[in-house]
Ligand binder design. Structure first.
Ligand SMILES: [Zn+2]
Length: 75
């Protein structure tokens, strides 16, 4: 029996819906500071590109779920 694919709850500020996304629908960018650390996805409801700040807990959650991570050098 295969484990369920990790899903991440997210909300869209444009159309104000919330939904669950597959981990591979999200991208996580980790910058030098919390201010440049964010995750992004395309809203399945309205198609807008959404970018949200990612705190430490969210980073842990997303990396644990297998979200693709990009490290920004900040240079
Ligand atoms: Zn939306």
């Amino acid at each position: 029996m295969a484990a369920a694919a990790p899903r991440v709850r997210a909300g869209c500020p444009h159309c104000r819906t919330s939904f669950e996304l597959d981990a591979d629908a999200l991208r996580l960018a980790i910058g030098a500071s919390a201010r440049t650390t964010f995750y992004s996805f395309t809203c399945p409801g309205c198609g807008e590109a959404v970018r949200k700040p990612a705190g430490e807990r969210i980073v842990e959650l997303l990396t644990g779920a297998g979200v693709r991570t990009m490290r920004l050098t900040g240079r």
